[in-house]
Design a protein around this ligand. Structure first.
Ligand code: NAD
Length: 253
């Protein structure tokens, strides 16, 4: 049920952090990887190939929706099919709401929410066509956040974007669940990546965060991989519109 042999997964932001962890986990289950990133995902591609799977770099800047068609065309040309999309690329801009700039608002919403939606729309069309031909089920996995459930502070556009990701995940599931596309999300807790390097380096915040995580440690990008394999595989064919927290127990606290 968890076998992904010969499936093709598009993973955005695959060069580092959670995206890399997900790409390696999907490859470990048999998938070939179209590694999308603003910078070339060279290390990820090498590590996937070392696992005996195919991997190709698709260099694209998703700060606008302009490269969406290019990504689809490249993935189809290089692999011939698209079975899985992981919308992982994302950024955060920090600052008090009272002073938050329009630039910091737009940059985060454009990547985390707008590009996620339009890439999903384009891949969704491909998946629905393939489903009509041979009944296969496509899988879209959005990367949400604890701030899909909580308000947080000092990250207005990030909270808006990730709350939006949770809403869109449910909306797309409602529209596409009977059309051969499963749409779900993973909400990572505190994961040690570039994105959280500042928090890890801040001794006080680091201690506060660790004290609140029942598991007592930061997550590793590979901790997200198992959930991604589940949501990418036929094991989750009847799971729709779910936001799966992988958080060391943070939300249970
Ligand atoms: P990261 O900074 O290591 O990874 C972000 C990825 O997005 C990188 O691969 C980067 O190249 C890519 N990216 C950034 N701007 C891009 C653009 N314009 N076009 C294409 N790609 C772009 O951080 P991460 O922690 O691995 O974050 C991955 C996802 O996980 C993000 O959506 C983030 O919001 C989410 N997330 C992270 C945590 C955490 O604790 N680290 C928690 C919850 C959610």
């Amino acid at each position: 049920m968890f076998d992904l042999t010969d499936k093709t997964a598009i993973v955005t932001g695959a060069n580092t952090g959670i995206g890399q962890g997900i790409a390696l986990a999907l490859a470990g289950a048999g998938a070939n990887i179209a590694a999308v990133g603003r910078t070339a995902a060279t290390e990820t591609v090498e590590r996937v190939r070392a696992q005996g799977r195919r991997a190709e770099i698709i260099q694209a800047d998703l700060s606008t929706v302009e490269p969406v068609d290019f990504i689809i065309d490249e993935a189809k040309e290089k692999f011939g099919r698209i079975d899985i999309l992981v919308n992982n690329a994302g950024i955060i801009r920090r600052g008090a709401a009272i002073d938050f700039s329009e630039e910091d608002w737009d940059a985060v919403i454009d990547l985390n929410l707008k590009s996620l939606f339009f890439l999903s729309q384009a891949v969704g069309r491909e998946m629905m066509s393939a489903h009509q031909v041979d009944g296969r089920i496509g899988k879209i996995i959005n990367i949400a956040s604890m701030l899909s459930f909580q308000g947080g502070a000092h990250a207005a556009s990030y909270t808006a974007s990730k709350s939006g990701v949770a809403g869109l995940t449910k909306l797309l599931a409602n529209e596409w669940a009977d059309k051969g596309v499963c749409v779900n999300a993973i909400a990572p807790g505190y994961i040690a990546t570039n994105n959280t390097a500042g928090l890890q380096a801040d001794k006080t915040r680091n201690r506060q965060i660790l004290d609140r995580i029942p598991a007592g440690r930061w997550g590793d990008p590979l901790d997200i991989g198992g959930a991604a394999v589940f949501l990418a595989s036929s094991a989750s064919d009847y799971v729709q519109g779910h936001i799966l927290a992988v958080d060391g127990g943070w939300l249970a606290r």
